[in-house]
Design a protein around this ligand. Structure first.
Ligand code: HEM
Ligand SMILES: *[C@@H]1O[C@H](CO)[C@@H](O)[C@H](O)[C@H]1NC(C)=O
Ligand SMILES: *[C@@H]1O[C@H](CO)[C@@H](O)[C@H](O)[C@H]1NC(C)=O
Length: 529
């Protein structure tokens, strides 16, 4: 009686394995049209070419070299020869990928790793839930509202200047880990701007909610994706039956974060219920999202739940704190190694008064060019990834000659193909930006080459904030934050770099001192005389 059942079950398993081998390995290895694309030769069956396109110390050179050899759309191998991926620096192709997130969503594996940390907020949602959330969240990021958040940026920028002045004391100069300080400051900013909560991380790093977030991102991200965490993506039940340290830390952090989150949400909802919207009222993103969720422009089925609302705040911490702090850190680094530019910027900034309005800071032309150039040259998000969820045809503006000799202006993309989103690649391509593309030159923004003006990108033809419906919602937020911080920091201090700093991509592009393990950016600061 048992035997036939086992045989049927065995056959089903076998069929599943064959189907899996076929769709995931054999098809992509032998029959995928992507194998027909030109591209760098592989060094072995399991050899990966991801390092060449994802490590910022070498990727700009490889992008240039491969584009000149193979054209703007070519094939690279992900985890081996059975994983041919599309890398395209063709503006038409990339706009298509980024404008159709339903065909090209983020890979479910990375979404699952991320939603384990921050839930299913805007950053990790897809499809309808994503569109729904984006609609409720957009008004909170309106230009007008960001004006209202400016005093938070200013007060934190002034606080960091005071703290550094104290650290300097009577000394002529002192060395500070700029990226660590910027990270504390941007956390404080999102705490206040996000849900009106003061971590006071600039004063000390002991607030339990702050510690919970830090620990969660530490084990969840900075330590990289361990073999165990990748195994859990495929076998999620491991987490409940046999939790490891990582799972336990995330759980503990969640208890603290969602605990305080629920309290704050309750309080904010009461505030919204009792006080009508007024120009003097609170302007934090949580309040605005609650109002937006209640507004008449949002239909009943578009409203978002309490849990989702807390996940949005988590998404902001995840997507908005380290990215902005790294942009600021790299800006200070670039100014430190380009002292003439730093002096020129300082001249422009000191032409204004201390308590100047945001509009005036925003309109400073050289500050604007410095920010753009930093965001172009060292984008915090080095690159991203999409996967074709169904078969598609990718349009190309520059035709590609396939290995069999035929030239095509569109490319058949089979289901399951990974498409690399080369953020830094678009920003640095010599063919587009000119021979000095890899150099820091804010004045290039006075006269961009026509090819650069035709690039996709939400912000100034650079891909730093991505493009399309999944582009960064916090773009204005972070640019205003950067400008206000640079305004106060560069007026108060002179920055000098004495260490050899290198870039390394650990989820984001982070600074390292050559030979040391921990990400850091030690810079010398001096009082401006
Ligand atoms: C310099 C700073 C920043 C950079 C370079 C940056 C960059 C990006 C990029 C490249 C994406 C797309 C990610 C992908 O497709 O894989 C993104 C998405 C996102 N960013 Fe930012 N970001 C910054 C600051 C912020 C801030 C300050 C916030 C919020 C307060 C924020 C919130 C988000 C959210 C919620 C998403 C997901 C949007 C969606 O999928 O609809 N970001 N960001
Ligand atoms: C080359 O390959 C492409 C895609 O696989 C195919 O459409 C085309 O017909 C082939 N051309 C020749 C000349 O075999
Ligand atoms: C959004 O609105 C719905 C319907 O009014 C309500 O049930 C829900 O609690 C609201 N969500 C938040 C986070 O305010």
């Amino acid at each position: 009686m048992i035997a036939p059942v086992l045989i049927v079950f065995g056959c089903l398993c076998l069929m599943y394995c064959i189907w899996w081998l076929w769709t995931v390995v054999i098809y992509h290895l032998l029959f995928s049209p992507i194998q027909q694309l030109p591209g760098p030769e592989s060094d072995g069956f399991f050899a990966t070419q991801l390092r060449n396109i994802m490590e910022p110390e070498i990727s700009p050179m490889f992008h240039d070299e491969w584009v000149s050899k193979y054209g703007k759309t070519f094939r690279v191998y992900g985890f081996g020869k059975f994983d041919p991926r599309i890398l395209s620096l063709d503006p038409l192709a990339m706009s298509h990928v980024l404008n159709y997130p339903n065909i090209y969503p983020k890979p479910w594996q990375s979404r699952s790793l991320i939603s384990e940390l921050i839930g299913n907020g805007l950053f990790s949602a897809e499809g309808l839930p994503h569109r729904r959330q984006r609609k409720v969240l957009n008004p909170a990021f309106s230009n007008q509202n960001l004006q209202a958040l400016a005093p938070i940026f200013t007060s934190k920028a002034i606080q960091i200047c005071r703290t550094w002045t104290d650290i300097l004391g009577h000394a002529d100069e002192v060395c500070v880990d700029v990226s660590h300080w910027m990270s504390r400051a941007t956390f404080d900013v999102i705490g206040l701007a996000g849900f009106d909560y003061e971590f006071n991380a600039l004063e000390g790093e002991s607030n339990p909610v702050y510690v919970a977030y830090r620990e969660m991102f530490q084990v969840g991200l900075d330590e990289g994706f361990t073999a165990r965490s990748i195994l859990e993506v495929y076998l999620p039940f491991l987490k409940s039956f046999w939790p490891d340290q990582r799972t336990k830390t995330i759980k503990r952090s969640h208890e603290i974060i969602y605990g305080i989150g629920r309290e704050l949400l309750k309080r904010k909802k009461q505030e919204v219920d009792t006080a009508p919207a007024s120009p003097q009222g609170p302007k934090d993103l949580l309040t605005l999202m609650i109002r937006s969720n209640l507004s008449s422009g949002i239909t009943k089925d578009q409203r978002i739940s309490d849990r989702e609302m807390l996940d949005e705040i988590n998404s902001f911490f995840f997507a908005g704190s380290d990215s902005t702090s790294l942009a600021l850190s790299w800006a200070l680094y670039l100014l430190a190694v380009n002292p003439d530019t730093q002096e020129r910027l300082r001249k422009e900034l000191t032409s204004l008064d201390d308590d100047v309005a945001l509009g005036e800071i925003d309109a400073l032309p050289f500050l604007d060019k410095v920010c753009k150039e930093e965001l172009r040259l060292i984008p915090p998000v080095h690159s991203s990834l999409r996967v074709a969820e169904r078969e598609d045809v990718l349009p190309l503006s520059s035709p590609v000659t396939l290995r069999n000799g035929s030239t095509v202006t569109q490319l058949r993309v089979p289901k399951g193909t990974c498409v690399h989103v080369p953020v830094e690649g678009f920003n640095l391509l010599t063919e587009v930006w000119g021979p000095d593309a890899h150099r820091f030159n804010p004045d290039r923004w006075d006269d961009l080459p026509p090819a650069a003006r035709a690039q996709p990108g939400l912000y100034s033809n650079i891909m730093t904030f991505s493009a399309g419906p999944r582009a960064c919602i916090g773009v204005r937020f972070s640019i205003i934050e950067m400008k206000i911080f640079l305004f106060h920091l560069i007026r108060s201090f002179e920055f000098v770099s004495r260490e050899r700093i290198i870039k390394h991509n650990v989820v984001l592009t982070r600074p390292f001192v050559r030979g040391r393990r921990k990400s850091q950016l030690p810079l010398i600061i001096r009082r401006v005389s």
